[in-house]
Design a protein around this ligand. Structure first.
Ligand SMILES: [Zn+2]
Length: 107
């Protein structure tokens, strides 16, 4: 259902609707008793815990238990935002030539 990336197993991207409470705090819409509704604000999210900045939802966005549907023409853009969070991941360990060749102390 969500976006996946061959080089980054363990990450799955999706959209999350957010709503503002009366007290001004925001919550993510994801509860079983939340009903189908228009979405005015959303985040691009990832299973790893990453969240995009809050975005104004395109007109026509809807939340259904438990997915957010946005108009077709915005989907690629949302996908791109998710893919971009890989750019900010810590570098994966890689072997360099120096790891494979070192001098034993003389002696
Ligand atoms: Zn991720």
């Amino acid at each position: 259902m969500g976006w996946t990336h061959d080089e980054h197993p363990g990450h799955e991207g999706y959209l999350v609707a957010t709503e503002r409470e009366a007290n001004g705090t925001w919550h993510e819409v994801r509860y079983p008793d939340d009903q189908k509704r228009p979405v005015s604000s959303l985040l691009v999210a990832c299973d790893c815990g990453w969240r995009s900045p809050r975005l104004v939802a395109p007109m026509g966005s809807m939340w259904f238990p438990f997915i957010v549907e946005i108009p077709e023409r915005y989907r690629e853009r949302a996908h791109e935002l998710w893919r971009r969070h890989f750019d900010s991941l810590p570098d994966r360990p890689t072997l360099s030539a120096g790891d494979l060749h070192f001098e034993w102390p003389a002696g």
